[in-house]
Design a protein around this ligand. Structure first.
Ligand SMILES: [Zn+2]
Length: 432
């Protein structure tokens, strides 16, 4: 494989591509690569673009005109892909039938990390932005230090981490103990209000708070008020940054590129809705980024990330069915325990938390205060949601770490189903 001048036949001025880079490129192209492969590939294709080069494949040997590929940027997905330049009309050669580049590139998928090490999830750096200007609109090509997921791997989309950051700052992932005599007094409207409030403390561009372009209802989008406001703001938007707005919406279902919202409304996106884990059914909280698709089409809903929630009235993020069951059980248990003089609060951490042995992210952290005995219990609760050997191995590793940092109890899927979370707390902590 070589880098060759653009618009040439690829027979002269060849720069060889090292085999290790070519191999990484193939794995990435086939959709199988690791984060390191992805990084190496993006570095290579961005360099080729910057230097006005195409990629020439060696599958037809050294002397025949080589099959050519160019690196293209897919703005709505904010990623690069290889375009096969194998037009018959322009008499450009096709790859050998057993060459990996003979087929179209596998779609970029959102990969779950498959190792015993839990992925590190940090709060995203910099501005609350999920849409960037295409590299050709920038003075410089994106560098490797570009603070987004292209350079740091594709495991967790930036949009996901932005949604989690907003939820974390709004504290919707934290449930306080019940007040002495009243109920919880939370509604979907109050949860959205907490998100809007947190949005005043985040910036989508220097001097522009997220709250100025965050909508928690689809109506302003349907009326095109979102676009009008964005077009107006774009005139004075800081240079080098893409004007963008966000919708935080409640969704009943997701299918491909469509969100199914309340009251029979739908929202179509330019790309498939992203989500983590499996689709466990509503309720979902979806963060949508609205930006310029291309100058001809103007603004549109580009991408979305859907986060399953515990309940419509409690925006506790959950990643699988059994986490949802535990979160809902804990909400109900608060009332039961209050009658016994026990106050229960809990949190579903979204990012790694500092601990005495390094950073950790338990599924739940419980804070229990027994007012009759004065006992205070702080414990992590880890949900074992499946029997998949790789998953169980990762969980075992996580439990060992959590055990070093403090108390931890486990809740297995089968026990959650048969006995409920209350029984698990009673058996492990002696409360209830
Ligand atoms: Zn080839």
């Amino acid at each position: 494989m070589w880098l060759v001048p653009r618009h040439s036949r690829g027979l002269t001025l060849r720069t060889p591509v090292p085999d290790v880079v070519r191999d990484a490129l193939v794995r990435w192209y086939e959709g199988e690569g690791s984060e390191a492969d992805h990084r190496a590939s993006v570095t290579m294709v961005t360099k080729a673009r910057t230097h006005g080069q195409w990629i020439a494949c060696s599958c037809m040997g050294d002397t025949d005109p080589p099959p050519l590929m160019s690196a293209a940027y897919l703005s709505e997905a904010e990623t690069y892909y290889l375009r096969r330049l194998t037009s018959k009309r322009q008499r450009r050669p096709e790859h050998a039938s057993d060459c990996p580049f003979f087929r179209e590139q596998a779609p970029q998928r959102f990969r779950e990390k498959r190792s015993a090490e839990a992925p590190v999830i940090d709060v995203p750096e910099g501005l609350f932005i999920a849409h960037r200007l295409a590299p050709e609109k920038l003075a410089e090509a994106p560098s490797d230090s570009d603070p987004d997921d292209r350079s740091r791997g594709v495991t967790i989309p930036r949009l996901a981490r932005l949604l989690w950051q907003l939820m974390d700052m709004a504290h919707v992932n934290e449930v306080h103990p019940l007040p002495a005599r009243r109920g919880r007094n939370m509604t979907m409207a109050s949860e959205f209000a907490r998100l809007r409030n947190a949005a005043t403390r985040l910036e989508i561009a220097p001097g522009i708070p997220l709250s100025a372009h965050l909508y928690t209802h689809i109506d302003p989008y349907e009326r095109k008020a979102v676009f009008a406001r964005l077009r107006k703001a774009a005139r004075t938007w800081p240079e080098g940054l893409a004007p963008q707005a966000f919708l935080a919406l409640y969704a009943n279902d997701i299918s491909g590129t469509t969100l199914f919202l309340g009251q029979g409304k739908e929202l179509d996106l330019k790309t498939r809705v992203q989500y983590s884990g499996s689709l466990i059914g509503p309720p979902y909280l979806v963060l949508v980024v609205v930006g310029e698709h291309n100058p001809r089409d103007g603004y549109a809903a580009l991408r979305a990330f859907a986060q399953p929630l515990a309940r419509t009235s409690a925006f506790i993020p959950v990643h699988n069915y059994h986490e949802r069951k535990v979160a809902c059980d804990l909400l109900d248990l608060q009332y039961h325990l209050r009658r016994r003089g026990i106050a229960l609060g809990f949190k579903r951490p979204l990012f790694d938390l500092p601990s005495k042995i390094g950073t950790l992210r338990p599924d739940f952290v419980l804070d229990i205060h027994d007012s009759t005995t004065g006992e205070i219990i702080e414990t992590a609760l880890e949900v074992i949601a499946s029997e998949d050997p790789e998953y169980v191995a990762a969980k075992r590793h996580q439990l060992a770490l959590l055990g070093k940092a403090g108390r931890v109890i486990t809740a297995r899927a089968a026990t959650i189903d048969s006995h409920g979370t209350g029984a698990i707390l009673k058996a492990n902590l002696g409360i209830g």
